[in-house]
Design a protein around this ligand. Structure first.
Ligand code: PGA
Length: 264
């Protein structure tokens, strides 16, 4: 963490908590927000509770993100949802290119770039998710894979986010082998990739790397949060499993708050 950037602790609920249980969890997050100074919170509930979660968190420092979008304004696209619809439901952020979308639903780098463009066109801030598979890591391709994923969105990020009035966006580095497996990248492994990403952002546009938050994701839990969040280029976390429990999400957010307060 670096005091130039406010930590962002984000919960990706995936296909869980889509009903009254999601509304309760959102209310818990709104309450949590007042006890974690120096930290921004974000939750990405399923589509079915976005509007209700937005209502629960109104006025708190909890932003609402969608987990995906379809990069068209409207049309005959059965089962899909557009950026404008997400905005109407109260979203200000959207995940683009989560590895489950890439692996299970065919999101290519090009499709992710279209989603990022649609997000910016509609004033939604994208969280661009990147990360390598185990095979790619073992073949020594981690940085080249992540670089290609970043390159697909970099021109648009540079155009939209650079400068003092630039729009918000974030990157989430989530090694695929660490998601939902209980195995997290060690702080040094994660920091190496985060540092590389920041360098690419900075090289694309001076100040961009300093500005954008780069989150780590993949089996973040209260026990490993401190080691990860103290790395200089890790500006927060994108949390799946542990975000479904307000106790563990709160513990990670408190850890981030303590680190950010002590580095100020
Ligand atoms: P996990 O998920 O924390 O359950 O590993 C992270 C993610 O997929 O964003």
């Amino acid at each position: 963490m670096n005091k130039a950037r406010r930590p962002l602790i984000a919960g990706n609920w995936k296909m869980y908590r889509g009903g009254a249980d999601g509304v309760d969890l959102a209310a818990g997050c709104a309450k949590l927000a007042s006890s974690v100074p120096g930290v921004d919170l974000l939750i990405a509930p399923p589509f079915t509770v976005l509007a209700a979660a937005s209502h629960e968190t109104d006025g708190s420092n909890v932003a609402i993100a969608a987990q995906n979008l379809y990069p068209k304004k409207e049309g005959a696209f059965t089962g899909e949802i557009s950026a404008t619809m997400l905005k109407d439901a109260g979203c200000t952020w959207v995940l683009c290119g989560h590895s489950e979308r890439r692996q299970l639903f065919g999101d290519t780098n090009e499709r992710v770039a279209e989603k990022v463009a649609a997000a910016f066109d509609n004033d939604l801030a994208p969280i661009v998710c990147v990360g390598e598979t185990l095979d790619e890591r073992e073949a020594g391709q981690t940085l080249s894979v992540v670089r290609a994923q970043i390159d697909a969105v970099l021109p648009r990020l540079a155009r939209e986010c650079a400068g003092p009035n630039g729009k918000a966006a974030a990157i989430a580095y989530e090694p695929v082998w660490a998601i939902g497996t209980g195995k997290n990248a060690g702080p040094a492994e994660a920091q190496e990739v985060h540092g590389a990403i920041r360098g690419w952002l900075e090289a694309a546009s001076a100040g961009l790397g300093e500005k954008l938050r780069i989150l780590y994701g993949g089996s973040v839990k209260p026990e490993n949060a401190k080691g990860l969040l103290t790395c200089p280029d890790i500006d927060g976390a994108l949390i799946g499993n542990a975000s479904l429990d307000i106790g563990s999400f709160g513990a990670i957010a408190r850890t981030a708050s303590e680190i950010s307060q002590s580095s100020n």
